[in-house]
Design a binder for this molecule. Structure first.
Ligand code: FES
Length: 158
C-alpha cells in the first residue's frame, strides 16, 4: 500500500495499492476529476503538482510530456494523474485551483453566480473565466467559439 498526501489548506491522506495510478488516489479522495480524455493523457483535468517524492512515481511518458507542454499552469513538478503510477513510498500532491468544464453549456446553471475558482479549459488548462467574476449570459456568449474538441486541440499541439 502507498500513501498519497493531498496538500491544500491542510494535508489529507489516502491509502491506495502500490502500482495504482495517482488518479486512483484522487478518485479515492472523491476529487471530481472529469477525465475528459478517458485517462489517456490527453487533457488537463487530472493535472496535479507533485510537491514531495516525485521519485516514487513512474517517469513522465511521451504523451504526458506533450500534453503538459501546452498546459497553462504547468510547472516542472506537474504530472497527469492518469499517467503517473505509484511505485511505493509516500507522495504528496497539490491540485491546481480551478474548475474544468467540458462545454460552455455547463455554465448555464451558474448564470448570476460569482465563481470562487477560475473556470478552466479541459484540455489546455487556460483560464476561461477569472476567479471572482460573475457568470453572465454575455460572458457565456463570448466563450461560444472556444474549441472543446479534444482531437482538434491535440492535433494542433503536434
Ligand atoms: S484524464 Fe485526461 S489526461 Fe488524465
Amino acid at each position: 500500500m502507498t500513501k498519497v498526501h493531498f496538500k491544500q489548506d491542510s494535508v489529507e491522506t489516502v491509502t491506495v495499492m502500490t502500482q495504482a495510478r495517482l488518479l486512483d488516489a484522487l478518485l479515492a479522495r472523491e476529487v471530481p476529476v472529469k477525465m475528459f480524455c478517458g485517462g489517456k493523457g490527453l487533457c488537463a483535468t487530472c493535472h496535479c503538482y507533485v510537491v514531495k517524492h516525485p521519485e516514487n512515481l513512474t517517469p513522465i511518458t511521451n504523451q504526458e510530456a506533450l500534453t503538459l507542454s501546452i498546459l497553462t499552469g504547468a510547472k516542472p513538478n506537474s504530472r497527469l494523474a492518469c499517467q503517473a503510477q505509484l511505485l511505493g513510498g509516500d507522495v504528496e500532491v497539490e491540485l491546481p485551483k480551478g474548475l474544468y468544464i467540458e462545454s460552455v453549456s455547463e455554465l448555464e446553471s451558474l448564470v448570476g453566480k460569482r465563481t470562487d475558482v477560475p473556470i478552466l479549459h479541459p484540455v489546455s488548462g487556460d483560464v476561461l473565466i477569472l476567479e471572482g467574476k460573475i457568470i453572465t449570459r454575455t460572458l457565456i456568449m463570448q466563450l461560444a467559439d472556444v474549441n472543446f474538441d479534444i482531437s482538434s486541440v491535440n492535433s494542433s499541439k503536434a
